[in-house]
Design a protein around this ligand. Sequence first.
Ligand code: E4P
Length: 221
Amino acid sequence: MKFFIDTANLDQIKEAQDLGVLDGVTTNPTLMAKEGITGEANVTAHYLAICDIVDDNVSAEVISTTYDEMIKEGEALAKLNPKIVVKIPMIKDGVKAIKYLTSKGIRTNCTLIFSAGQALLAAKAGASYVSPFLGRLDDIGNDGLNLIEDIRLIFDNYEYPTEILAASIRSPLHIINCAKLGADVITSPLSAIVGLLKHPLTDSGLAQFLADHDKAAKAAL
Ligand code: E4P
């Protein structure tokens, strides 16, 4: 399973990259705004800064919502760096834009997926990734993991090459459950990735090992 980090914060991206487990980054307009990145020149510079840190897979989202504009914006984003994956919203013009960009060899990530039907359409259009938003479904009392399971079944039935990029991850448990269900990728805040490291028995076990080592070393003096 690939690990992407869901942030536009350069320090957090560096920290995840330093951990040695990072395969990519997803951003969205909200995450960019959170870092205070506004204006085309700043946004472009920020995407390039992210591309400098990671090896591949930097999702950059279009702001336009019409076919012509999404294509123009998508092509411009893709030209910035070969690591860029153009993120397109699941709307009618978005499906058409995914079809067009795919035909031009540009990778796409269809975002804001909340149903299996939406994922199927995006896969038919040739999206490289679909991003089902688990946490936001859970927030409204649905089961986001059921959606991952349904999309996995559909994509496997027809051998769609589109990868399932589980998004809106809230916890380490979400990541584990996505892995159990066969999601190809998770995109997560740094906290949930780092949360996978932690177990109280690891901490107490290590403390015991070190204490026993010190005791034996002292006894040998
Ligand atoms: C996906 O690419 C989105 O950026 C993201 O996962 C949304 O997550 P949120 O529901 O925590 O905003």
